[in-house]
Design a protein around this ligand. Structure first.
Ligand SMILES: C[S@@+](CC[C@H](N)C(=O)[O-])C[C@H]1O[C@@H](n2cnc3c(N)ncnc32)[C@H](O)[C@@H]1O
Length: 274
């Protein structure tokens, strides 16, 4: 790592920084993720079959084909550091930095404290470092458009010329998204709860063309993956059947329109323009 590794010191936390306010009436993602941080990591290996399927598919597709030995890696919205846990055993020589607006999520990670940055990534001075891989997994859903653009500008400035940017987006044109929007009308709001659907968080969703329009001016998209081909609420009512069918669909190459319709999230693997 050539950049300065200033950890979560007194100036690195949300205290002392302008905290980004959610829109009036919406819940604050920092409060939400601080609140669920203690149990979040168990979603990758825990008892809940749907969570295990969802998080493992995302992780596997994100790191597929990458050799990160001796590489600089940045994880934006790192959460409880499950990507770090996956990668450090395979690539012990990588230099890993984790950023997140939720101090609680980072506090529950195994990422060494000197490699943690609390707050929006673009508010930190990381020096001239260029990263060989920058991940943003499950994060754009909780960012307003301005916040996302600031992150994309930062990533374009800090990605190594041969580096990979890997990000996921909630798919606005999916059956799952429509079913969740419908269900929201029947769910009792629970602003102090642990469930995204009832939390009052503002959810940001994008269509496939909208993601392309947003990314292509800055990045060259090399590969797409469709994620999570289960449909709410059947994935909760019939998890075994839903997950078996989803695993079959998950083997499809590329992201044809019919598969996008059946996929709750889209993953982009991108690089800088030559
Ligand atoms: C669904 S979790 C995903 C965590 C992790 N990336 C993973 O794949 O398990 C979303 C994370 O994004 C973080 N987050 C939300 N808004 C953010 C922002 N504007 N900048 C950085 N992190 C953010 C949350 O605090 C939370 O830890």
């Amino acid at each position: 790592m050539t950049g300065t590794s200033q950890g979560a010191g007194p100036d690195a936390g949300p205290m002392g920084r302008a905290r980004h306010q959610p829109p009036v009436g919406a819940a604050d993602p920092i409060d939400f993720f601080d609140r669920i941080s203690a149990g979040y990591g168990s979603r990758y290996q825990g008892q809940d079959r749907f969570h295990r399927y969802y998080f493992q598919e995302r992780m596997n597709k994100a790191v597929d084909g990458l050799d990160l030995a001796d590489c600089n890696v940045l994880d934006i919205g790192s959460g409880t550091g499950d990507l770090y846990d996956q990668l450090i055993t395979r690539f012990p020589s990588m230099q890993f930095l984790a950023t997140d607006v939720s101090a609680g999520m980072l506090a529950h990670s195994n990422v060494p404290q000197a490699q943690q940055y609390i707050g929006p990534v673009y508010e930190h001075n990381l020096g001239p470092v260029r990263f060989h891989a920058i991940f943003m997994l499950g994060v754009t859903t909780y960012m307003g458009r301005d916040e996302l653009e600031k992150n994309l500008d930062f990533i374009a400035r800090h990605l190594h010329p041969d580096g990979r940017f890997i990000a996921t987006f909630t798919n606005r044109s999916s059956l799952d998204s429509w079913m969740r929007s419908l269900a929201q009308h029947f769910v009792k709001p629970d602003p102090a709860g642990r469930n995204v659907l009832s939390s009052g968080l503002q959810i940001h969703k994008y269509t496939y063309p909208a993601i392309r329009a947003m990314l292509e001016p800055k990045f060259r998209i090399m590969r797409w993956d469709a994620l999570n081909h289960t449909i709410f609420p059947f994935n909760r009512l019939l998890p075994g059947l839903s997950i078996r069918a989803a695993r079959q669909l998950g083997r499809t190459q590329g992201v044809p329109g019919w598969l996008r319709f059946l996929s709750s999230d889209l993953m982009v693997h991108a690089t800088l323009h030559p």
